[in-house]
Design a protein around this ligand. Structure first.
Ligand code: SF4
Length: 217
């Protein structure tokens, strides 16, 4: 937790540690190559499990990130933006992957790169796009098909920011605990601070030490 510092989403630090312990205990210290075994590790979701299986172990699976989902929505479904993530994204990608493992890995990577570089969420650059003649959205004249993506919540003043303020106080004092009254100076909104502390305790990112709080050992 101390090393993770301001890298964001501190739960990932816990998950990373838990996954390392699980790999040691269940897989003799070797990262498994099987998607189901990878999915069973703490903090590993659809994207990470398949990305490891494909790019580290050379297996054939669909790897779908936000950029890929946008490319699939435009080229195959003629939609400006993808809908909410679903199993259908994996099925759609699987259906267009070449049979050979190595070729499938290239197509997975290419779709992600295309979405990251040319097929941007706003103002896609279609002229140099290798899919311009096969893109359903472009062929339809770029219709406005709506946008159901969830908006990112503001960070300033959010509970997330309050959680970050609490963790900063505890990180600066670690490994020592911090008395609760000192933690309460970390954030101006007392109710929000209590909410932040409660959620950090529930997530295992903070532990009680008598009447004080500290980072987990
Ligand atoms: S032609 Fe344009 S909209 Fe279609 S995939 Fe390429 S960059 Fe995206």
């Amino acid at each position: 937790m101390r090393q993770w510092a301001n890298l964001g989403y501190p739960r990932r630090a816990l998950w990373l540690h838990r996954a390392a312990v699980e790999i040691t205990e269940r897989h003799a210290g070797e990262v498994p190559d099987d998607v189901d075994a990878l999915l069973a590790l703490s903090g590993v979701g659809d994207y990470a499990a398949r990305a490891v299986a494909v790019f580290s172990f050379g297996e054939r699976h669909p790897v779908v990130d936000t950029n890929t989902r946008r490319v699939l929505a435009r080229t195959l479904a003629g939609r400006a933006q993808p809908g909410p993530p679903s199993r259908r994204d994996l099925d759609a990608m699987d259906a267009i992957l070449p049979t050979a493992d190595a070729d499938a890995a290239v197509v997975n990577a290419a779709a992600m790169e295309l979405g990251a570089t040319l097929c941007a969420a706003r103002a896609p650059r279609c002229e140099p796009c290798p899919l311009q003649d096969r893109c359903a959205w472009r062929a339809a004249g770029y219709p406005d098909t709506g946008d159901t993506r969830r908006r990112k919540a503001r960070y300033e003043g959010s509970d997330r920011q309050a959680r970050g303020a609490v963790l900063r106080v505890l990180r600066n004092a670690a490994p020592d605990p911090v008395v609760r009254s000192a933690v309460l100076t970390a954030w101006p909104d007392a109710a929000q601070l209590e909410r932040a502390i409660a959620s950090l305790l529930a997530d295992g990112l903070v532990e009680r030490d008598g009447g004080a709080l500290r980072l987990p050992h």
